[in-house]
Design a protein around this ligand. Structure first.
Ligand SMILES: *[C@@H]1O[C@H](CO)[C@@H](O)[C@H](O)[C@H]1NC(C)=O
Ligand SMILES: *[C@@H]1O[C@H](CO)[C@@H](O)[C@H](O)[C@H]1NC(C)=O
Ligand SMILES: *[C@@H]1O[C@H](CO)[C@@H](O)[C@H](O)[C@H]1NC(C)=O
Length: 219
């Protein structure tokens, strides 16, 4: 028997939809580590460095593996400053760079591995990695966050000038619009007056004409 191409096509569609159904039925979101690619922090402040992950499997505290590392540039070696341990959970490791400024701020039940970094220093700028392995998921995830440290807010003098310029430009614009509206209103008012005068004139005329007509109708 020779199957026609039409039948083959239907078979293909059927197979594909069956596969899709199977995938969606499993309700499984692939291993993925979710992080912002860049964070800006003002030095001296406390910031949260978020990291969450999705996985087909519920986090098993006896098998879970994760750690946070830091390096200033991609060329530097990574320094591990926090890790997960079966017995102790999330632990901040001894670090000359961070001291006790790093804290776990996530929630393992919610696949949240976020941390906070307090008293941000200019030297904290660099790359933060959130490594996750959630067995039996075989895929190892990695989130990469670039932390930018801002040492000062923009100079206030510049911003006041900007505000002043903005305000004056805005003010001028508002005045222009206001005057346009006023002129338009005045014009419309005058027009209306003209129209009503015209109307009155016209009505007067009609009346006169009506009278004239009535007069002419009379024999
Ligand atoms: C921010 O960084 C600058 C430069 O290192 C430093 O002089 C200043 O004291 C820092 N400010 C705070 C609030 O830590
Ligand atoms: C890393 O090293 C390579 C070669 O050693 C160099 O070309 C590159 O500029 C370096 N990148 C950074 C960010 O320092
Ligand atoms: C950090 O965790 C990742 C993911 O499981 C692992 O591959 C890596 O070896 C760990 N790094 C260290 C230094 O333990």
């Amino acid at each position: 028997m020779v199957s026609s191409p039409a039948v083959d096509g239907r078979c293909g569609v059927g197979l594909l939809s069956a596969l899709l159904l199977l995938l969606s039925a499993s309700g499984c979101s692939a291993m993925d580590v979710l992080v912002p690619s860049e964070i800006n922090a003002l030095n001296g402040t406390t910031i949260k460095i978020p990291c969450t992950f999705t996985s087909c499997y519920k986090l098993d505290t006896t098998k879970f593996v994760m750690n946070w590392t830091f390096h200033e540039t991609a060329n530097d070696t990574e320094e591990m400053f926090m890790a997960y341990y079966k017995k102790k959970g999330m632990v901040a490791l001894r670090s000359d760079r961070f001291g006790d400024r790093v804290m776990f701020a996530g929630n393992l039940d919610k696949n949240d591995l976020s941390i906070t970094l307090s008293d941000v220093q200019p030297e904290d700028a660099g790359i933060y990695n959130c490594y996750v392995r959630n067995p039996p998921d075989r895929i190892q995830g990695q989130g990469i966050i670039n932390l930018v440290v801002v040492t000062e807010l923009p100079a206030p003098r510049d911003s006041t000038i900007a505000v002043a310029i903005g305000a004056s430009v805005g003010g001028a614009l508002a005045l222009l619009i206001l005057s346009m509206v006023v002129v338009k209103c005045l014009r419309r008012h005058r027009k209306q007056e003209l129209i009503s005068e015209e109307k009155m004139e016209e009505e007067g005329k009609l009346e006169a004409e009506g009278v004239a007509e009535e007069e002419t109708k009379q024999p």
